[in-house]
Design a protein around this ligand. Sequence first.
Ligand SMILES: NC(=O)c1ccc[n+]([C@@H]2O[C@H](COP(=O)([O-])OP(=O)(O)OC[C@H]3O[C@@H](n4cnc5c(N)ncnc54)[C@H](O)[C@@H]3O)[C@@H](O)[C@H]2O)c1
Length: 434
Amino acid sequence: MPATIAVVGTGYVGLTTGAYLAHLGHRVICADVVADKVERLSRGELPIVESGLDELVTEGLATQRLSFVLGAAGAVADAEFVFLCVPTPQGEDGSADLSYVRQAARDIAGHLTPECIVINKSTVPVGSTRVVEEAIGRDDVFVVSNPEFLREGSAVHDCLHPDRIVIGSDDQAVAMRVAGLFEALRAPLVITDPASAETIKYASNAFLATKVSFVNALANVCEAVGADVNEVVLGMGHDRRIGFEFLKPGPGWGGSCFPKDTRAMVRIAEDAGYDFGLLRGVIAVNDEQYERMVEKVEHMVGGSLDGCTVAAWGLTFKARTDDLRDSPAIEVIRRLQGRGAVVRAYDPTVKATAAGGAAAARLAGIEVGADPYAVCEGADVAVVLTEWDELRWLDFAKVAELMAEPRIVDTRNLLDAPLLRRLGFAYRGVGRMG
Ligand SMILES: NC(=O)c1ccc[n+]([C@@H]2O[C@H](COP(=O)([O-])OP(=O)(O)OC[C@H]3O[C@@H](n4cnc5c(N)ncnc54)[C@H](O)[C@@H]3O)[C@@H](O)[C@H]2O)c1
C-alpha cells in the first residue's frame, strides 16, 4: 500500500531513500535546511554524484510522488512515516554527535500526526531511539531504528537490492508497519530490538574496516616476504568462510562512515566498560597505511620529496562518488605536501572551479587539474589514489612523455604493471614486488 512519507535530510542517504521510496510508489516529501539544495532538487538538479539517482529523482518529480521543501516541519504534516537521515559526525571524544538528530526531532515534534512512526536511519549509538523519543516528547508517536547499509557509488542499487533490512522496535506491530514500506524489495528482514539494530550498523562497519585493515597489514607482510597479496587473497577467498569481498589492499579506508563509526564503536564499548583493543588496532593499522603510501612515493623518487612534483590521480575516497569526506587520497596528499612535495591532482568528479563550500575547504592548497594528462606535465612521479576505471585506459606512452621521470606508485593495484614496465616506467603497487 502506498504510504505518505517524509524524509528529513537530503544527503547521500536521505535523497536516495526519498527517491527510491517514491519509485516504489510511495508519496514522499524530502526536507533539508539548505535552501539552495532544496531549490536545485526541486528543479531536478542533483547536488551529488550517484549512479541512477538522477533518473529516480526525475521520475519522482514527473509523477509528483517526490517533492522537496525547506525545513523538516513543512514535510511531516501529513506523513505516516518520517525518516531521519541527518548527519551524525564524530564528536570531540570520538563518540557520535547527536545534535543534528536531536534538532531534527525537535523540528518535527509539534507537527507530527498521531500514530506517526519516526524512523531513524542515521547511524547512531545504542540508546538513540530513546534520545529521539525524548526530543519528540510525545506518547502518540512511535520511534524505530532502521539503519542504512548503502554504499556510496551504488546507493540506488543497494537500496533497491538490499542484503537485508534491519528494523529495531520494541513494538512488533509498529515494526511490521515499517516493514510494509519495503515489501516490494523482497529482502531478508531482521526485526529486532532498538539496541541490537543500532549495534548491527556499527558492528557491520567495524567488521568491514577490520577486513580492509587486515588485507592492508597482510600486504605489508607480502612485500616483506616476497609474496603477491593479490595471489594470496585469491587463494584465501575461495574458502567460503572468508570470501573475496572487501579484501583489496589500498591506501587505507576512509569516507564519511568508517572513520567515525569505528571510533564511535570503540567509544561505545569503552563507555560500557570493554576495551575494544582489536578495533583500536584496526584503526592504528589504517593510520600506518597512509604513511606507508607516502613512504612508497618517497622511495620511488629517491628518498626525498622536497621540491618534487607529484601527479595525484584521484581525490574521492573511492571511485564512482564525488565524496571527499575523510578521503584517504586527500590524507596521503596532505602528507606528501607536508614533506615538501608539490601536488597536482586530477579526479573525474572534482573540478577546481566547481568545488564550493566544504569541498573547497577539503581541497585548499591542492591544485586540481582538468585532465589526467595535464597534471603529469613535468611530474617526478604519478600516484594512483582512487580506483577510477578510466585511469586503467590512459595513453601511458603519452603520460611517460609528459613526465619528468616515468614513475608510478599505484596504491590501488589498478594498473597493468607489465605493460607499464614495457613502456619504461618504474612501477610500484601494494603488497607485491611487481
Ligand atoms: N553516506 C553513506 O554512505 C551512509 C551510509 C549509511 C549510513 N549513513 C549515515 O546516514 C546519516 C546521513 O549520512 P549522509 O551521508 O546522507 O549525510 P549528508 O551529510 O550527505 O546529508 C545530511 C543532510 O541532512 C541535512 N540536515 C541536517 N540537519 C537537518 C535538519 N534539522 N532538517 C533537515 N535537514 C537537515 C543536511 O543539510 C544534509 O543535506 C549519517 O548518520 C551517516 O552515518 C551514511
